[in-house]
Structures are given as C-alpha cells and as structure tokens.
Write a protein that binds this ligand. Structure first.
Ligand code: ZN
Length: 326
C-alpha cells in the first residue's frame, strides 16, 4: 500500500512535469519542487501499525548486501549446515541482505524513536535514509521528543548526529547505563571494539540530555525497558503496551529471520558475548512465542514485524500481514 501511494505520487510528479509547457513558470517551479520531493522520498519505506492508542511506524534506514552468510551466522557450525538451512528456506547460500529498521512510536503525547540507523556514514552505501523515511511517514525529525538507543553499535547510533549537530534537535535521550559505561570506558581504546570512537563522536556529546536506565525502567507511560544482554554488554529491548495490546521491540536479540530464529544457539559474529546472546535469544523468543506477541526486530526483513511459532530446535518467523489493519 505504501509502495502504491509513493508510486502514485511519482506518477503525479511526472504528470506535472509533462504539463509544464513553456510559459507556465509556476508549473515548472512546482514540477521541480515535486521532483525534488520525489527524489528525496522515492526509496523511503515505512509501515505504520496501530497498537491500542499508539501509532507505531517502522522505517527502513536501508539495506546492505554481504557475501558468505556462514562468516556471520552459524560461525561455530560447518558451512554445509548453514548452507543446508538456507536452501531449505529458499535462500541463497552465497550472500545475504541485511536490513536496518528504526521504529517511531507515537503515544499521543510523545514521539519516541528507537535507534537511528547508520546516518551520514552509511549514505554512500545507500543506507542512512531514516530522516527521509520519517518525513515520508508524515513526521519531522524536529518532532521526535525522545530517542532511545537499544545498544551502541554503529548501525544504531550512526544517525544521532549529522555534521556534528544533533539530528533530532528537540529530543531527550534514553539508553542503558551498562551499555554507555562499557563503550565510554578508556579501556576500549584500540580494542577491536573500536566502536568506542563512534560512541565518543555520536553519544557522549548528548550525555547531558540523556537518562541512563536499567532493567524495568519506564521510558514514557506504556514503554518499558527489558535487559537483554549478550549481543552487546548492555543491550536493551522494549515492551510497548497500550490498551492491553503489547508488542516487543527485540532490537538485535536475533539478527537473521532464519539462521538466528530457527537455530538460536548458533553463534553470530556480531554477538559480543556469544553464550549470553544465545541464552537471551532463547529467553526472549520463548516469551514472545508463549505469549503470542508481535515483535519488531531491527534486522528482520522489512517491515521487520512478525510473530514466532515454536519449532523443534527454535522458532519459525511468521511475517506480519494484515493483523494490525483490522
Ligand atoms: Zn544492529
């Protein structure tokens, strides 16, 4: 539906251009403006869901293609096992596509953004589209009142600052104390986790406007933090609840909809504490499966919303269709 409405806008834009005959200066100006707007939003993708009185919008920051799935997922497994599971699920074995999906939750009184994509650093590679997506969804970055950072890997904090200034100028910030303390620590200097530098650049300048939280903290009414450590030392996920409807933002608890959900114990390159990440994956998705809750996973295939059905060794991802539309 989103694609359709954007297509319609593109067609309309083209129509205006065609009508802009010599002499129709206003028409030309409009056509130019329209073309610029189209260029800005043509790749924008978003999906809005109604959760009680909340409006929850998933926004695509873009996608990135990589080679050799086995080097990222199932790194403690034989390559044949990873390839076999991919083939069984109709997926190629030589490459994969990763998506990045920040979430905007409009509670009626607050506009809460969860994670910020890759930002300026990702733009050359075709990511960093969050701000365009926010505008395409009918919001403005200036309207965001709270930015929540689930954890401090580059694909989540990259969009916090643009050209050295805050990308969400009217927002306050919320993030986990454990996560911030880990990355800020001078002990990170020169370690392979040199995400330290990115944190100094993107997060530390905003520290005065940041609330540092722990497990169980309420961000705003209806939004609660849950500690889900492992992927990173202080990785936090969030429960959104309005009028008895709940949804879990699982962030990077599982990073591939097949390899990490069907085989939650398989090790993932980006999980910093692999055993803890596996245990957290089990715990979180057991809860989601048992309670039959919808979830949004930052790296699930866009629109990154779904359910899980428990299987023999793990979980099957069931993508959202029209559950939120009726
Ligand atoms: Zn991530």
């Amino acid at each position: 539906m989103i694609t359709q409405s954007l297509k319609r806008r593109t067609l309309f834009g083209a129509g205006v251009a065609a009508l802009a005959a010599p002499g129709l200066l206003t028409g030309i100006a409009n056509a130019q403006e329209s073309a610029e707007k189209d260029a800005m939003t043509k790749d924008a993708a978003f999906k809005s869901l109604k959760l009680g009185t909340f409006k929850v919008t998933v926004i695509s920051d873009g996608t990135r293609a990589s080679d050799n799935p086995h080097e990222t997922y199932g790194t403690n497994q034989p390559v044949e096992a990873v390839s076999a599971l991919l083939e069984q699920n109709f997926l190629p074995t030589t490459g994969f596509i990763n998506g990045f999906s920040p979430v905007l939750a409009d509670t009626g009184s607050e506009i809460v953004l969860f994670d910020t994509g890759l930002g300026e650093g990702g733009r050359e590679a075709g990511t960093g589209k969050l701000a365009d997506g926010i505008r395409a969804a009918g919001y403005a970055p200036e309207q965001v009142s709270v930015v929540v950072i689930t954890h401090m890997h580059g694909d989540h904090i990259g969009g916090l600052m643009e050209g050295g200034t805050p990308a969400f100028p009217n927002a306050r910030y919320v993030t986990g104390q454990v996560e911030f303390d880990f990355w800020k620590d001078g002990a990170r200097v020169g370690t392979p986790e040199n995400g330290h530098k990115a944190v100094l650049q993107k997060v530390v300048p905003l520290a005065e406007k940041t609330t540092f939280i722990a497990d169980g903290a309420e961000v705003v009414p209806g939004i609660t933090a849950i500690a889900a450590f492992g992927h990173s030392p202080g990785h936090m996920i969030y429960r959104l609840e309005s009028e008895g409807k709940a949804l879990i933002l699982t962030a990077d608890t599982a990073n591939h909809y097949v390899l990490s959900l069907q085989r939650p114990d398989w090790e993932v390159r980006f999980d910093m504490d692999k055993a803890a990440a596996g245990a957290t994956r089990r715990k979180v998705f057991d809860m989601i499966a048992t309670d039959r809750l919808p979830f949004i996973g930052y790296h699930m295939p866009f629109p990154a919303v779904g359910f899980v059905e428990r299987q023999d060794q793990g979980y099957r991802f069931v993508p959202v269709t029209y559950q939120f539309d009726i």
